[in-house]
Design a protein around this ligand. Structure first.
Ligand code: FAD
Length: 591
């Protein structure tokens, strides 16, 4: 049985003591009193542990199957999906006008984290639906919204995103799927899409595919691309389901992990589709949802790591091997539990300090999205746009590394299928690839986001870090946080200057260092989060909080991150400053 218990205490700490959401002046946050968020988190934690986690292994072992053109999900997924719908968990932050509960996105993220930790593959069915819901909500006509959204909010109808084709992944300008205008105002969509998550399954009555395709007159590359709504079953005027549309599953992909989620090849044979948003502006429509979608994948990175970490902690306390070097800690037993060994503790501290920092970073990102959407805060919008590739790229890279480290705690047992560690590692791997491979996130950060609006947002971030450090001037207890953060932020600025001085002359000099820059920035962001969390913990202790072990543990874990993880910034800067030559010098035929 899985050892998963949602870490609601830490989530509550981030929401209420770090982000102070109950005091934030954002429409929709009025009800976010500590008692309320605690009740929501506790209820979601119960569902995660009791409904979703027990199906994680089932999904992995059984996977999905394609039978006579119909995809069957693993045993028990249908009942669990019904329970999620029944509990209203699919509608938490959706618009009340369409049946949603109108709660903040940040709370939806906290709940989503638990669901992903418990069962990532399962949660993707509703995750993809949420993405499609957001696209229709933002770009749909009143008619489209009224037709699709109420059913998607409840997940009676689920959604998909169809971008990828066999010859076109990162470079969507190569797309071949076509949209031919029809007399009735619809389009006939023809082409093949691959790797489509939740492309078909038996959990919902209808599947609403959002498909990127080229309509005539749009020109070359991504400029000619438009976005279409293509339902599996056509919808009659009265909202009932009509005939089957010309879309079918070609095959199910055999893959490394997330076996419980159906990854499909989708064939569109003149399927009826309706334009979503403006003609030839499909990429723009997709991009408006990018911050949310990429934050969701970054969240997957550390949420899977959380599940793996919990297993590792339980194992390290139970498994007995060797003796503590300072003398036996469990003399009555034939050996000490492996948690006594410094190297095992190093692994656990790496995991814990990353996950808690990542949680704070992601919730902060979600809070910025709420600020930008609900309070029309342009500064928050600029900041989240800058942070999005870092959240996606850094958290999924480190999330995978963390899952591997949790597996390492198990020794050889972690490599077998007797324990869930292999699944955690296999599941975590995909988050580094989809929703834009991580190399592309780094490219987006260095090639686009740093210079966006004249570099305004990155300058605002540097100012924010500076102001944070200054606010702790003279506070000895904060020194272990402020000094490393100052140093790391300086290294990040030096790296930015290196790109400014060298990138124009030789773009390869910037792009050879883009991956390291993304990681350097990720560490600075987590350093900033740890500094803020340390202050919140000290405030709680000064205010006489009763749970001293929690707050003191926070401070100790934070000091570990600053002392043991932040020094990686120096290495990333050195790599960046080595420029393009070490990377580019070798001729192709020398590989
Ligand atoms: C399990 C799974 C689920 C998926 N779900 C969906 C889905 O629901 N919908 C959907 O549309 N797609 C989905 N995808 C597709 C996924 O988004 C793509 O695989 C991903 O975007 C990368 O595209 P690609 O595989 O064609 O790789 P390529 O684009 O061929 O890239 C290969 C490598 O080259 C690098 N690269 C490419 N171009 C550049 C460049 N200009 N500069 C630097 N490096 C570059 C990439 O970073 C990558 O490392 C899914 C994929 C998988 C495996």
């Amino acid at each position: 049985m899985p050892n998963f218990t949602a870490n609601t205490k830490d989530m509550q700490f981030v929401l209420q003591e770090l982000l102070k959401i109950s005091q934030a002046d954002i429409p929709g946050y009025e009800e976010m009193e500590p008692d309320f968020t605690e009740a929501v988190l506790d209820a979601a934690g119960k569902v995660s542990a009791e409904v979703l986690a027990p199906l994680n292994e089932v999904g992995d072992k059984e996977g999905c199957v394609l039978e006579n053109g119909v995809v069957r999900t693993p045993k028990g997924f249908d009942k669990a999906f019904a329970a999620m719908k029944e509990g209203g968990w699919t509608a938490l932050d959706c618009d009340p006008e369409f049946g949603g509960q109108g709660m903040p996105y940040v709370l939806n993220c906290a709940v989503g984290e638990m669901f992903v930790s418990a069962n990532m593959a399962f949660n993707m069915y509703q995750g993809l639906t949420h993405g499609a819901y957001s696209a229709i909500h933002t770009h749909g006509t009143e008619d489209q919204k009224a037709t699709y959204l109420p059913k998607m909010v409840t997940c009676d109808w689920t959604g998909t995103m169809n971008l990828t084709e066999p010859h076109c992944g990162t470079d969507l300008g190569l797309m071949r799927t076509k949209a031919e205008p029809q007399d009735d105002g619809s389009y006939a969509i023809s082409g093949t899409k691959i790797f489509i998550s939740a492309g078909d399954h038996d959990l919902s009555e209808n599947v609403i595919h959002l498909v990127l395709a080229k309509a005539p007159g749009g020109g070359e590359g991504t400029k000619g691309v438009s976005l279409f709504i293509v339902p599996k079953f056509l919808v009659n005027e009265d909202g009932s389901l009509g005939e089957r549309n010309g879309v079918s599953v070609g095959k199910l992909e055999e893959k490394m992990g997330i076996h419980g989620n159906a990854t499909c090849v989708m064939n569109y044979d003149g399927a009826k589709g309706w334009l979503l948003g403006d003609l030839h502006k499909g990429m723009r429509a997709m991009f408006t949802m990018m911050n949310e979608a990429r934050l969701g994948v970054g969240l997957q990175g550390y949420a899977v790591a959380e599940g793996a970490y919990q297993e590792a902690v339980a194992y390290a306390k139970d498994r007995q091997q060797g003796r503590a070097v300072t003398g036996a800690e469990a003399p009555e037993k034939s050996a000490d539990p492996i948690i006594v060994h410094p190297d095992v503790r190093r692994m656990l501290m790496d995991q814990k300090s990353f996950i808690e920092g990542a949680r704070a970073f992601t919730f902060w990102g979600a809070h910025l999205i709420d600020r930008s959407h609900k309070a029309s805060d342009a500064e928050a919008e600029g900041l989240i746009s800058l942070m999005t590739p870092v959240i996606k790229g850094f958290l999924t890279d480190k999330g995978f590394e963390t899952a591997v480290q949790a597996q390492q705690v198990f020794g050889g047992h972690g490599y077998t299928e007797d324990w869930p560690m292999s699944q955690h590692v296999r599941d975590a791997r995909i988050a580094m690839i989809y929703e834009g491979a991580n190399g592309i996130q780094a490219l987006d950060l260095v090639g686009r986001k740093l210079a966006q609006d004249g570099g305004k947002h990155v300058m605002a971030f540097f100012e924010m870090v500076k102001a944070e450090c200054k606010s702790h001037d003279g506070d000895e207890r904060m020194k272990a946080f402020v000094e490393p953060l100052k140093a790391a932020s300086k290294q990040l600025q030096t790296a930015g200057m290196f790109f400014m001085n060298n990138g124009m002359k030789n773009p390869n000099a910037a792009l050879s260092g883009s991956y390291d820059f993304m990681h350097l920035m990720g560490h600075v962001c987590l350093g900033l989060m740890w500094t803020r969390m340390a202050k919140a913990a000290l405030d709680a202790l000064d205010g006489g909080a009763s749970d001293t072990a929690f707050y003191e543990g926070k401070l100790t874990t934070g000091r570990y991150y600053m002392a043991r993880q932040l020094p990686a910034c120096a290495m990333h800067l050195a790599r960046i400053e080595s420029g393009a030559d070490p990377v580019m010098e070798l001729a192709d035929d020398q590989f």
